[in-house]
Unconditional design. Structure first.
Length: 338
């Protein structure tokens, strides 16, 4: 098959690789009909995460089941499925506690930006639709494999509540989906911290009541000015680097919780600040399967439209151009079609 390979910093190639094969009876192979580039893919693309040897990349996709292992009972060839980026059996103690991303049989999609992808725990991970969905729903369904579920996880972890206030740090696809999640959960005030006009516009469309472009001390002051001198009840950290972490804790009110879902890079929890302000920290890798059924219903009945985060669509064989566009911030998120 053809798949996206990363060979090193800013070296993305679409080339021939071996087809995935069923190696365990719980496996399934999905023919990818839509995939995309994630902000976390930019860490190795930029060289922040080292690439020791060339490998496939991409963990967000959906498509049609091509083959199933002998123990797969709930799915059959031809089913249209959403593929959570983190695979789980959905039966172990972690999964039963809502932490499917810490499953005893954890797996991850390795070749989402390809013609085929292997799912290691098909029955526990996959969620199917009733037939092939309308094409205009594909972008939003694709976000459920990661970014919408991850933004939702940030809101859940932060304790967003109806009538409360929420501050979202980060204006990438996850941050914007966090805005959408906080607004849908009923937060009365939703502040999006964004310095980029197209992203600000989309944040407002997703339900942000205010946008703050300032950062550092000025950003803290602007947030507190909106919130009557205090910080947010819930803060969603959707970047993962040190400055974003610091910003998140500085805009949290005493007693608040920071829900973090950005992959940590150079970020440390400010324990002294947390201790003095009684600010909590929760989150981590999104347990996508936990949220998928509810989010699927919200997309299929068109209550939410997270697919708007895709502002560039490219053929899969032009994936290198997609990486370049996201790296240069000329695109928020790139959708790839075979």
């Amino acid at each position: 098959m053809k798949a996206t390979m990363i060979h090193g910093p800013r070296d993305i190639r679409f080339e021939e690789v071996p087809d995935p094969t069923i190696s365990k009876p719980t496996d399934a192979i999905v023919k990818v009909t839509a995939s995309c580039i994630c902000g976390s893919d930019l860490w190795p693309y930029r060289g922040d995460d080292k690439t020791e040897s060339a490998h496939t990349i991409g963990h967000e996709c959906l498509g049609v089941i091509e083959e199933v292992g002998s123990e797969v009972r709930d799915f059959k060839v031809g089913d249209f499925v959403v593929v959570p980026f983190d695979h789980c059996d959905n039966t172990c103690p972690a999964c039963r506690n809502g932490a499917q991303s810490a499953c005893d049989n954890f797996g991850i999609t390795q070749s989402g930006q390809a013609e085929y992808a292997l799912v290691t725990q098909a029955d526990g991970s996959l969620v199917k639709t009733d037939g092939v969905p309308d094409d205009d729903l594909i972008p939003s369904l694709l976000t459920l494999s990661d970014v919408m579920a991850t933004g939702w996880h940030a809101a859940v972890a932060a304790g967003v509540r109806k009538g409360g206030t929420a501050v979202v740090v980060g204006d990438g696809a996850v941050g914007l989906c966090g805005v959408l999640a906080a607004a849908h959960m009923g937060a009365e005030t939703v502040i999006a911290m964004s310095r980029h006009e197209p992203r600000q516009e989309l944040a407002r469309r997703f339900g942000a009541t205010h946008v703050v472009a300032e950062r550092g001390k000025d950003g803290v002051a602007a947030v507190k000015d909106i919130l009557g001198g205090v910080g947010g009840d819930a803060v969603l950290e959707c970047v993962g680097n040190g400055p974003a972490f610091e910003q998140a804790f500085r805009v949290a009110r005493p007693g608040a919780t920071v829900g973090f879902v950005g992959v940590p890079h150079g970020a440390e929890a400010p324990l002294r600040l947390m201790f003095s302000k009684n600010v909590g920290l929760a989150g981590g890798i999104a347990p996508v399967r936990r949220y998928l059924p509810e989010l699927l219903d919200l997309v299929l009945d068109r209550t939410i439209d997270p697919g708007l985060v895709f502002d560039l669509t490219l053929p899969l064989d032009q994936v290198a151009d997609g990486y370049r566009a996201m790296d240069e911030r000329t695109a928020i998120k790139v959708l790839l079609r075979p």
